[in-house]
Each structure stands twice: as structure tokens, then as C-alpha cells.
Design a protein around this ligand. Structure first.
Ligand code: SF4
Length: 343
């Protein structure tokens, strides 16, 4: 055990658990049919890179992020069948990510639902990720009839000005309406947010936090914006018209969201962009394979500082020590600096 007792005099033993999302293993390469484990379900991820998307968002290149060109249904079917057969007693979801599922053509949706639906057992369902503009009562009825249990909405930001600058095609009201519809129809709701979008600010983060409090989605994914080569955002970045978040800023913002999520009972299922993205494709922004780990370390540092100011002692378990010492003691140094600043 490591004890941090500075002149700030930590006097009370406290072994707070790691944040809730730390118990969710980081998903593996998204193009690998490997299991992701949420707190309740095994998830088999399938990528539909930008298929169905009404347009290409300024920052997006799902083909690079997921290393998938397009969905090959026939190739996926036997893998999904194996996955289901291997886990007969577990709750399972076949998840479609990386596109706008409900904006796919009705024929393709039916093909997917029918082909994969035939494989589902009693403990399986679908999870889909989609664009908030493509949610209405009819599409939700179709989802219900086809065993979709969870919808993740790519909200990215609830602030209308940020949405406008990012050319997302909807405003705050439409985003909120889509969230309400998903919940009212009895689905599990996931919200995806993207800190660092053009036009985002302390004020837009406050808006996001207020709405998360009100909407209380079941899940939250945080994808801090990075600049990927070949995207329209890359050109804006090269022209000096967009400044991405620094790594530590993005970590701090995500830590703030994590505290809120913990407080209101939202499960965070991912922080940071999948690490399989080739580094040479990233031109800027807070991209790091250990991003989620940094957020946990930041939360731990904050907890230690709080205990310090309250003159309580902290004893760190092995996991917590490792968080501080990893990456050449990055967060140990941050902790020591902040403790020194407190003096
Ligand atoms: S809707 Fe989502 S997947 Fe489609 S282009 Fe925009 S960010 Fe990418």
C-alpha cells in the first residue's frame, strides 16, 4: 500500500472503489469479433461504417475508425451463430455500430433483422446505434418487433450552436425529443457525446450536463473529438480554424462527466476513440490508447486531493497505485503538483 501523506496531513483512511465504468473492460479492436462485456450483457459488435448516414459529418471516417469497409452479412452470420451457441446462458446483444441503423433502407434493415434474427436465442437481442433524426414511433415499433432492446443515439452535443457548427442537421430540441421517444417506447437508451466539437465551450458542457441529469440515459459513451486525415475537419484544422482539445483537457471534461454519471446512475461504457485507429491517420486531438485509464487516474487524483483538503488519510490499493504509476508516473506527478499547489 502507498500512503500519500503530505503536509496537507491526510488523516482518515478511505478506500473508495474505482469508478463504476472501470469494471467494464475496454473493448478490443472494433473490427475483431471479440466480446465486449457491458455490466449486464455480452456484446458482439458489428460495424456498418457510415451506412445509412444522411451525410458525412465533418469529423467522421468510420471506415478508418472501425477498419471496416462495409458490412458483409454472409461472412458475419456464422460468427454470430458461434457466439450465440457459445454463451447459451448469458444475456447477449448483437450490436450494430458505426452507422445510422434506422436510416438504412427498409429492405436492408429487414435483411439484417431477418438474417441475424433467425440466430437469436431467448437470451439475445439487438443493440443499434443511430442518428437522432431517424427516430420516430414507426421505426421504434419496427425495432421492437425485431427484438431491438437498446438504442444508442449519436447525439454528440445537446447545444444547438455546437450542433450547427458541426453540421449535424438537428438542434437541441430534436436531440432531446429522440431521447424521450426511445425511453417512452421502453428501450434502453444510450447517449454518445463528443467533447471538443467546434463551438463547444464551458457553457455547452453545462447544457450537456443539465440534459444528462434530466434525461438519465442508461448508458453514456464519450468520444472526444480527434482530427482524422481525409475528413473535412482535417482541412479546417490545417487551415488553423479549429483547435482540438488537449489530452489533459479532454480527460478532465470526461472526468467531470464521469462524476455526474456516477451521481445520477448513468453507466459509462466507453471513453476515447478505439485505439486501433492507425496513429498516422490522427492529425490532432486527444487520441491515446489509454484514454479511459487516464480518466480513472484523474478521478483518483481528485479524490486524493479532496481527502487531503479534508485532512483525511488515503490508502491506495494495488489498482489505484498502478493508475498513478502507469505511463511513467504521469498521474503521480500530476497529483504531487496539485498537492503542492494546495499548500
Ligand atoms: S452520423 Fe455518425 S457514423 Fe454517420 S457520418 Fe456522422 S458521425 Fe459518422
Amino acid at each position: 500500500m502507498t500512503q500519500y501523506s503530505s503536509t496537507a496531513n491526510l488523516t482518515e483512511l478511505r478506500k473508495a472503489p474505482l469508478p463504476q465504468h472501470s469494471r467494464t473492460p475496454t473493448p478490443q479492436h472494433p473490427n475483431t469479433p471479440a466480446l465486449q462485456m457491458s455490466h449486464r450483457n455480452l456484446i458482439y459488435p458489428i460495424f456498418l461504417p457510415m451506412q445509412g448516414c444522411p451525410h458525412r459529418c465533418i469529423y467522421c471516417d468510420q471506415r478508418k475508425i472501425s477498419a471496416t469497409i462495409s458490412l458483409d452479412v454472409e461472412a458475419e452470420l456464422p460468427k454470430v451463430a458461434r457466439f450465440i451457441a457459445n454463451h447459451p446462458d448469458d444475456d447477449k446483444q448483437i450490436a450494430f455500430y458505426g452507422g445510422s441503423f434506422t436510416a438504412l433502407s427498409p429492405e436492408f434493415r429487414l435483411h439484417i433483422f431477418t438474417s441475424f434474427g433467425n440466430l437469436l436465442d431467448a437470451n439475445s437481442s439487438f443493440r443499434i446505434s443511430t442518428h437522432p433524426l431517424y427516430i420516430d414511433a414507426d421505426i421504434l415499433a419496427e425495432c421492437r418487433a425485431n427484438r431491438v432492446s437498446c438504442l444508442e443515439l449519436g447525439i454528440q452535443d445537446f447545444d444547438s450552436e455546437v450542433l450547427k457548427e458541426s453540421k449535424r442537421g438537428y438542434d437541441c430540441q430534436a436531440a432531446v425529443k429522440a431521447c424521450h421517444l426511445v425511453k417512452e417506447h421502453g428501450f434502453t437508451l444510450g447517449v454518445q457525446l463528443m467533447p471538443g466539437l467546434p463551438g463547444s465551450s464551458t457553457s455547452s458542457i453545462t447544457t450537456n450536463m443539465q440534459l444528462l441529469r434530466e434525461l438519465k440515459p442508461d448508458y453514456l459513451r464519450l468520444y472526444p473529438l480527434i482530427v482524422i486525415s481525409g475528413t473535412p475537419l482535417a482541412e479546417t484544422f490545417k487551415a488553423g480554424e479549429y483547435t482540438p482539445l488537449k489530452l489533459d483537457e479532454a480527460v478532465s471534461i470526461c472526468a467531470d462527466y464521469a462524476l455526474l454519471a456516477n451521481e445520477v446512475g448513468i453507466t459509462i461504457i466507453k471513453q476515447g476513440i478505439p485505439s486501433n485507429l492507425p496513429p498516422h491517420e490522427v492529425l490532432g486531438g486527444p487520441f491515446h490508447p489509454a484514454f479511459g485509464e487516464f480518466v480513472m487516474a484523474e478521478l483518483l487524483v481528485r479524490r486524493i486531493i479532496l481527502a487531503s483538503t479534508q485532512k483525511r488519510e488515503i490508502i491506495l490499493d494495488k489498482k489505484q497505485q498502478a493508475l498513478l504509476l502507469a505511463h511513467r508516473g504521469k498521474y503521480k506527478a500530476i497529483l504531487e503538483q496539485r498537492l503542492a499547489d494546495c499548500l
